[in-house]
Design a protein around this ligand. Structure first.
Ligand code: ZN
Length: 322
């Protein structure tokens, strides 16, 4: 497997921080190492699968079980309505962008790494934006059309070659950490955003629980998470890529603790086994344990967020005026 480096400090020799970690989130085979950049604290998957070899690690994304769950949630829901975490995120983003002076109604949004398309739908439903999605998984094209009537382009962002300055807002939820070159990804997002337009981006970041649980940290998600950026690193990458970071938040990342605990207790395949079926006794017991841990999780992760130490980093940045 090719070696990797901190996107900001490519010369720095990484300090081992996770060794031989399994893919506890999706349950794919393999053992993975992360190193910590001595300059900025960013975690880097090193070595990492070549882009041509990463595909199998996404095999469990958008399974039939996950789609059936989404169909139940969205089936019959009028297109003017949103649902669940997508609705919550959209409400928060709309309130924040309006406070920052953005106009949204009728403006164009691209959600990069749109997955099932729920966030784009929510921005259309709640803010009247004209929305589109992009995702490297070709399954998302049919899903976006079926669940939300949203057009999704399949491919890596750079390959989609949208015209310069097309979008008023680019959003990206938990996607940048999957990209091989985050600086290039941010620069491409800037190129396709009009001057003065906005970026809303969220990624996991090494929190206190990352340091405690290491290979069993909920957000580690080896080997699909290639980086876990520290706030200052992301801020610098944004500035170098044509963005002015306006606001950084560490919002409430519920389930970070409960998810880490069940993984530490031995659960492998958190998403396919606990979130999207199956129905066996073992799966029920894991689910029961996870739900039992959730009240504690909500309190602890809530306090973490209140202290500005949550496990995710949400950024609002403005495209530099030309
Ligand atoms: Zn670094």
């Amino acid at each position: 497997m090719p070696s990797a480096a901190c996107p900001l400090h490519p010369q720095a020799e990484l300090i081992p921080v996770v060794e031989g970690a399994a893919d506890r989130f999706w349950g794919c085979d393999g053992a993975f190492d992360y190193g910590r950049c001595p300059e900025c604290g960013t975690w880097v998957l090193d070595p990492r699968p070549a882009p041509s070899a990463i595909g199998p690690f996404y095999a469990h994304y958008y399974s039939e079980a996950e789609l059936a769950q989404a169909r139940r949630a969205y089936g019959g829901l009028p297109s003017s309505r949103a649902f669940g975490i997508d609705k919550m995120r959209a409400q928060q983003v709309i309130a924040r962008l309006k406070r920052l002076g953005a106009t949204l109604d009728g403006r164009r949004l691209l959600d990069v790494g749109c997955g099932l398309g729920g966030f784009a739908r929510a921005m259309r439903a709640l803010a009247g934006m004209v929305v589109r999605g992009a995702d490297f998984d070709p399954k998302c094209v049919a899903i976006g059309a079926e669940l939300h009537g949203i057009e999704v382009d399949a491919g890596e962002l750079a390959g989609l070659a949208y015209p310069e300055g097309t979008y008023d807002v680019v959003s990206s939820w938990h996607c940048l950490e999957h990209t091989y070159d985050p600086a290039a990804e941010l620069a491409e997002m800037a190129r396709i955003t009009r001057p003065g337009g906005w970026l809303v981006l969220e990624v996991p970041t090494p929190s206190v629980w990352a340091r405690v649980f290491r290979g069993r940290w909920f957000f580690l998600q080896a080997p699909t998470h290639l980086y876990h950026l520290r706030p200052a690193t992301l801020r610098t990458l944004l500035r170098q890529s044509g963005w002015a970071p306006v606001r950084m938040e560490r919002p409430w990342a519920a389930t970070e603790l409960a998810g880490s605990v069940v993984m530490a207790l031995g659960l492998t395949g958190f998403a396919p086994r606990l979130l999207f079926g199956p129905k066996g006794l073992a799966a029920h017991l894991w689910r029961l344990l996870f739900w039992a841990l959730l009240p504690l999780d909500l309190v602890v992760t809530g306090v973490q967020a209140a202290l500005g130490r949550g496990g995710v980093l949400r950024v609002y940045a403005r495209r530099d005026e030309a």
